[in-house]
Design a binder for this molecule. Structure first.
Ligand SMILES: [Zn+2]
Length: 446
């Protein structure tokens, strides 16, 4: 007896060479939280199962992965719009974040998890404060996550120690759904000595390091002016390119940085969240073509909702395809299949789970979504890959499954109650958004 059979659907699978293929009239068999088989609907028809889902007209694919997010920042969605990044940080975000409470962090993380489950996200990599509260939201929601407790050098050694303590204490929690990372904020807020110590700890404990770096061109220019080195060169000198490293954004990565990333001995990846770059009117985006040539995977992300407005990774997938075409002046670059590769295989590698998730294949975790392909905005279906990337929307995700457990069924959330979360969070907002005290947790100079 298997746990779950999803039958009658099209299934997105990866061939031996990693090529994305679509199997029609298929079934996904789930046992003990794992994909047991991807087979034909006919083969699965008589299989004894605890639960069956009729998925005719739908497509099963690996759940989306949000490779860089600050989930509790949904509490600040829309609070500081149409601003340059300096004012956004210094006048709004960092003053408000000095008011954060554990309760706000937990409610924000719960709301973010609800939004992501509805948008077809099954795993997220979070980088924030009070991460025990985010971990609690992961347990409650049923999602998978890589969690890192953020720190600045201005906190003294305690910041780094807290990040390490959390990473060691919580890895493997939530029945293994929680993995952890060390989370220095960025090279411009964490000093070289702290970055070096972080690399040492990552090596000693086998931990991923998740950091913002070369977020935009201005940061790279400022770093060159101040230290004579790009942010990527700063990471290299600290030893961070020789440990497993997840770099958020990297839109300021230069041509000369690419060989450094290529020759780093760690598993290095970049997370790209293009909506925020467009909103901040940055003059570059993540250089995916150069990174691909250097063998660096690029995962999809949203960043926090305070800058990105949504945690919609589906939208990040479509925007990545469009922005890359526009930036490279090349309509043949970043095809729909490439975009799906970023959304699946490359995102899984970026969060350090390249062997566990990112594909529907026997032995992988059963993290999958069912997407309705019958809508008028998707039909007729000449090219399933193009339909997914450019026609379908996150709201077409009907069902979300993590570790074989159904978290959303036919658009109904099964683990979280949004009206209750929103009501409680709304009551906390006046105290959260108070800025007259003049405090801020950091200074943005980039
Ligand atoms: Zn970020």
């Amino acid at each position: 007896m298997v746990d779950l059979v999803i039958e009658g659907c099209t299934v997105l699978v990866h061939g031996e060479d990693g090529e994305i293929r679509f199997v029609e009239d298929a079934a996904v068999v789930v046992r003990d939280g794992l994909v047991d088989a991807v087979t034909s609907a006919r083969e699965a028809a008589d299989l004894p199962a605890a639960e069956r889902l009729d998925a005719r007209g739908q497509l099963a694919m690996p759940g989306l992965i949000n490779c860089h997010v600050h989930t509790p920042m949904v509490a600040l969605r829309g609070i500081a719009e149409d601003l340059p990044v300096e004012e956004w940080f210094n006048d709004w975000i960092w003053p408000i974040e000095s008011n954060l409470t554990d309760r706000v962090v937990e409610l924000g993380a719960q709301l973010a998890c609800a939004e992501m489950i509805q948008g077809g996200v099954t795993t997220f990599a979070d980088h924030y404060f009070s991460m025990d509260r985010v971990a609690a939201a992961v347990v409650e929601s049923g999602l998978r996550a890589n969690l890192g407790w953020a720190y600045f050098s201005s906190q003294g050694p305690e910041g780094r120690e807290q990040s390490l303590d959390f990473a060691l204490r919580m890895r493997g929690a939530a029945d293994g759904r929680i993995t952890t990372s060390l989370a220095p904020h960025a090279p411009y807020t964490v000093e070289d000595a702290d970055l070096e110590a972080t690399a040492e700890l990552a090596r000693e404990h086998g931990l991923l390091v998740h950091i913002h770096a070369a977020e935009n061109r201005a940061q790279t220019d400022n770093s060159l002016e101040r230290y004579g080195r790009t942010p990527i060169e700063v990471l290299r000198r600290a030893g961070l390119l020789d440990v497993d490293l997840l770099i958020a954004h990297g839109t300021g990565i230069t041509e000369k940085d690419l060989p450094l990333l290529q020759h780093g001995t760690g598993r290095i990846a970049v997370a790209s969240a293009p909506r925020g770059y467009l909103k901040f009117a940055w003059d570059s985006t993540t250089p995916i073509r150069g990174l691909a040539a250097a063998g660096i995977p690029v995962g999809l992300a949203t960043d926090g909702a305070a800058s990105n407005s949504t945690l919609d990774v589906w939208e990040s997938m479509a925007l990545t395809a469009l922005v890359q075409k526009s930036t490279e002046h090349d309509p043949t670059w970043l095809t729909a299949r490439q975009a799906l590769d970023h959304a699946t295989t490359q995102s899984a590698r970026a969060v350090g789970l390249g062997e566990q998730i990112g594909a529907l294949a026997p032995g992988r975790r059963a993290d999958l979504i069912l997407v309705d392909l019958t809508g008028p905005h998707v039909q007729p279906l000449h090219d399933t890959a193009a339909a997914l990337v450019h026609s379908a929307r996150s709201s077409d995700v009907r069902t979300t499954v993590v570790d074989g457990r159904i978290l959303m069924k036919d658009r109904r959330l099964l683990t979280l109650n949004v009206p209750t979360i929103v009501a409680e969070l709304t009551a906390e907002l006046p105290a959260l958004t108070e800025r007259r005290h003049g405090r801020r947790i950091q200074e943005y100079e980039g």
